[in-house]
Design a protein around this ligand. Structure first.
Ligand SMILES: NC(=O)c1ccc[n+]([C@@H]2O[C@H](COP(=O)([O-])OP(=O)(O)OC[C@H]3O[C@@H](n4cnc5c(N)ncnc54)[C@H](O)[C@@H]3O)[C@@H](O)[C@H]2O)c1
Length: 391
């Protein structure tokens, strides 16, 4: 069985998710396209790197990502750092001939995103693979929605409504981590979570052509968390903690027009009490409607216009072995998969693409397009006008 040595940079939340994705992947997908070997894990904080080596089962650890990129033994690099260093690491890794799986958003600036898409295009000519980690498009129920759309079962798509609502930063005592600093994150809610539903919306309904919207910051100051992993609101800092201004968005609402002629809306916030990972996608077509909510990610709701008048309504389909990557679904619909399995699906798609020498989705080009939509939202929020997404 072919093996691929993994180097992983950034040992926080996503470092854990990618480690689990790689190590569990062959347990679900067998024979695996190749078996990932957890070789080296890097974190800029030495204690986090050492801890992660033991916990996630890597052979070595380091504190400088260059030790991974320059190591001839490493085949694939996972980038799980905050957004501002994605570009530097990804471009160096691609130039060194490593295949790259980079967390989303692709970068913290549009310029970096463009440079990454160009580097990936050049690397592709040498058979090097680059993938942006938008795993939610790989939820089996989202894949089933795509199947309904591609088969024409819901007709021409008329509108698409998406939300991504969370509550973890709704408390003003929730710390100002890197996610609330523009120079590190690039944007707030827009890049962190709206980007996911922009990716899903474009995956299902095609490219977004123009947007008009608003961006708000409700909590303008927070207690500072210095470095380390973002604790995502699980720790509250006291009144005596140093405070700093928040320079990114808490909430975004925008209308979208698709190139296809469909219209829609996207809303994202991390301050919605009672909403946890409330990713919803509702599409209405000329022949039917589809509804998905990540908080019930093993279900897709479908309503078909052709059903008899007295039977028409949403029915719920539980995803299972009959659906996309049924290997991960524990044999019986309703036994359910979760976030860890999604990262195993992502790892499978990435490793398979590497072995087959084929560019996977979400490609860096698609990740860059999500950034261009985000850029259009920012420009619209400044001017209050409709803004065309740059092609
Ligand atoms: N796909 C998803 O669903 C999803 C979910 C969460 C985060 N993310 C993305 O993953 C990335 C990481 O987010 P996270 O939540 O894991 O953050 P985190 O704060 O939990 O972890 C980041 C880690 O990177 C380390 N780090 C910072 N700079 C570094 C450098 N130069 N070299 C090496 N290590 C460095 C930090 O010490 C920290 O341990 C971000 O781009 C984020 O947007 C994606």
């Amino acid at each position: 069985m072919k093996k691929l040595n993994v180097g992983l940079v950034g040992a926080g939340f996503m470092g854990k998710a990618h480690s689990i994705g790689y190590s569990d992947m062959p347990k679900y997908f067998w024979p695996a396209p190749a078996v990932p070997v957890l070789k080296t894990i890097c974190d800029i904080v030495p204690e986090i790197a050492a801890d992660a080596k033991e916990r996630f089962g890597f052979e070595k650890c380091c504190t400088d990502w260059r030790d991974i990129v320059n190591d001839p033994e490493i085949d694939v690099v996972s980038i799980c750092t905050p957004n501002n260093v994605h570009a530097e690491i990804a471009i160096a890794a691609l130039n060194a001939g490593k295949h790259v799986l980079c967390e989303k958003p692709i970068a913290s600036t549009l310029e970096d995103a463009k440079a990454m898409a160009e580097a990936a295009k050049e690397a592709a000519q040498k058979g090097i693979i680059a993938m942006n980690a938008y795993q939610y498009r790989r939820v089996p129920a989202i894949d089933l929605a795509k199947k309904f759309i591609d088969e024409g079962s819901i007709g021409k798509i008329l509108n698409v409504r998406c939300t991504y609502l969370q509550s973890w930063s709704a408390d003003p005592a929730s710390p100002l981590s890197w996610r609330f600093q523009k120079d590190i994150a690039g944007a707030g809610t827009l890049g962190d979570i709206a980007s996911h539903v922009i990716d899903i919306a474009q995956y299902l309904a095609g490219d977004i052509e123009a947007v008009t919207g608003m961006m708000q910051t409700y909590i303008t100051e927070r207690p500072v968390q210095e470095g380390g992993t973002d604790l995502l609101g699980t720790v509250k800092l006291g009144a005596d903690a140093k405070r700093k201004a928040v320079d990114v968005d808490d909430e975004d609402s925008f209308l979208v027009k698709f190139k296809s002629g469909a219209v829609g809306s996207i809303e994202a916030t991390r301050n919605a009490w009672g909403r946890n990972n409330f990713i919803t996608v509702e599409l209405h077509g000329t022949l039917g409607s589809l509804y998905f909510n990540y908080e019930r990610l093993n279900e897709l709701q479908v309503c078909l216009a052709g059903d008899p008048d007295d039977r028409r309504g949403f029915k719920t389909i539980y995803t299972g072995p009959a659906h996309f990557h049924g290997e991960v679904t524990w044999n019986i619909p309703g036994m359910n998969i979760g976030y860890g399995e999604l990262k195993s699906i992502e790892s499978y798609e990435f490793i398979k693409a590497v072995v087959e020498g084929r560019q996977p989705s979400t490609s860096f080009a698609e990740g860059y397009r999500v950034e261009r939509v985000c850029d259009a939202v920012k420009r619209s929020a400044e001017t209050g006008r409709w803004v065309t997404v740059n092609d």
